[in-house]
Design a protein around this ligand. Structure first.
Ligand SMILES: *Cc1c(COP(=O)(O)O)cnc(C)c1O
Length: 456
């Protein structure tokens, strides 16, 4: 067979025209979203004030295995997709490993991450429903940027609540969002009741995704013609992100390859859920048995040290309850944590799969993550996002294990984005001022104390 290329791009004709809904193949479903007022499962209609109708439907759909990607969404995908499946020849050589390392690179768009895959879909459905605008939260800023691009493309207004610490540390992210016409507010803010309540209880707070979600949901439900959108965690987002896995699997098939190990970083679980979806399908159906590994920061360890419990998706308790691996909705990661992936909870789909033993999880310290980021950047010439570098760390570690054992395993990991807006973190790493923070059990307990009473 001819040598495998460094970068394999599908043609536009080979791109998927349907998303894949992993829930249709899961042996057991995750526990339902609950209405915190009644304790009963949320119905599709109850979601309409928060999400637009098509997305509310997708959120609860465990039946339709494949969902058509609307043509206008496919058209916008073609502005930056298909994304390349890359063979990390240089990294393999530098490591001296017999392993074959592949990565799917999602950073080739202005938002610099995979988030655009879902932002386009969500903005499109909102426009189709005739809505005026959307509200959302953003942490590191990639989601806000992606959604700004999508809203500007479809002619929708956008209000972004940006976690205060990121707003201050990443002024240029804010400027990019504003360039695309978004209105950006640091969170917690005085513009919402939830924000005022959080500030009163905790005046010096640097904010969290949980706080920003409360503000964005409140703003959406109180503003005529607006809905709320979220860039991770939700089932609908994993559905849209399945394009990552579908393209990867097709490209690997063309190369006559199949991964022994699939690795992704895990914040709320959207890139990981998307990347693994067709491989997890094979695993559930007994067609293949790849190892699937979620990588999270040691300072925000939802899978590895969290509880599998019903929790609010936000700090102000305005969202439904989801059963997931969680550190508690009041959990706020250490302020010196620079690597993203700071959400307190985890996708209910992935939580269920992890709970049932279909996948593994591991946590890594941030200086080890940046060691991997710099090593990767030097040989592969892509400056990775800190989030993505969690997956790189794990891929390198697995490749080094292959070097020990002499096994030539095939490793696939998700390179979710680029790190151009994270240079303060890179600088802290390079001048050795970066510190690791691993929360003590007592610190984690403070988060668990904010879990709601569990339904019986
Ligand atoms: C948001 C983000 C992540 C983490 O989010 P998931 O929903 O867990 O995928 C990872 N990498 C990049 C570059 C991101 O922007």
């Amino acid at each position: 067979m001819a040598k495998i290329p460094h970068r394999l791009y599908l043609t536009e004709e080979q791109m998927p025209t349907q998303w894949y809904n992993l829930r249709a193949d899961m042996k057991e479903q995750h526990d339902p979203l609950l209405n915190p007022g009644t304790g009963k499962p949320m119905t599709e209609e109850e979601l309409y004030p928060i999400f637009c109708k098509k997305l509310a439907h997708q959120e609860l759909d465990s039946i339709d295995r494949y969902v058509d990607i609307p043509e206008p969404v496919q058209d916008m995908y073609k502005l930056y997709r298909p994304s390349p499946l890359c063979r990390a020849y240089n990294l393999e050589k530098a490591l001296g490993t017999p392993a074959k390392i592949y990565y799917k690179f999602e950073g080739n768009n202005t938002s610099g991450s995979h988030k655009l895959n879902s932002a386009i879909a969500q903005a499109y459905y909102a426009k189709e429903q005739g809505l005026r605008g959307l509200t959302t939260e953003t942490g590191a800023g990639q989601w806000g940027t992606a959604l700004s691009e999508a809203c500007s493309y479809y002619g929708l207004d956008l209000r972004v609540f940006m976690v205060k610490v990121s707003y201050e540390q990443k002024p240029y992210r804010k400027a990019v969002m504003q360039t695309f016409g978004a209105n950006v507010t640091p969170s917690p803010s005085l513009t919402t009741e939830a924000g005022r309540r959080i500030l009163e209880a905790n005046p010096g707070t640097s904010g969290s995704l949980g706080c920003a979600i409360s503000e964005a949901v409140e703003m959406a439900t109180k503003t005529e013609g607006y809905r709320y959108v979220l860039g991770s965690v939700l089932n609908q987002v994993l559905l849209h992100q399945s394009i990552i896995g579908l393209e990867s699997k097709k490209a690997m098939e063309m190369l006559d390859e199949y991964p022994d190990i699939v690795i992704g970083c895990a914040g709320g679980g959207s890139n990981l859920g998307g990347l693994i979806s067709p491989f997890m399908q094979d695993k559930i159906l007994g067609k293949a048995d790849p190892r699937i590994i979620a990588v999270e920061p040691a300072s925000c360890p939802s899978f590895t040290r969290g509880k599998y419990a019903y929790d609010f998706c936000d700090t102000g308790h305005v969202t439904p309850l989801a059963r997931m691996y969680t550190l508690g909705n009041g959990f706020i990661p250490a302020s010196n944590h620079a690597g993203g992936l700071r959400y307190h909870g985890m996708s209910p789909i992935l939580s269920k799969l992890y709970h049932d033993g279909y996948m593994e999880a591991t946590s890594v310290k941030q200086t080890d993550v940046f060691d991997a980021a710099v090593q990767f950047a030097k040989v592969e010439t892509i400056l990775p996002a800190p989030e993505s570098s969690h997956a790189i760390r794990c891929a390198i570690d697995e490749a080094l294990k292959c070097k020990e054992s002499g096994e030539a395993k095939t490793i696939l990991f998700g390179l979710t984005g680029t790190g151009y807006f994270d240079m303060a973190a890179y600088e802290a790493y390079l001048n050795h001022s970066m510190q690791n923070h691993v929360p003590t059990d007592e610190e984690l307990q403070r988060g668990f104390d904010t879990l709601p009473v569990q339904p019986v």
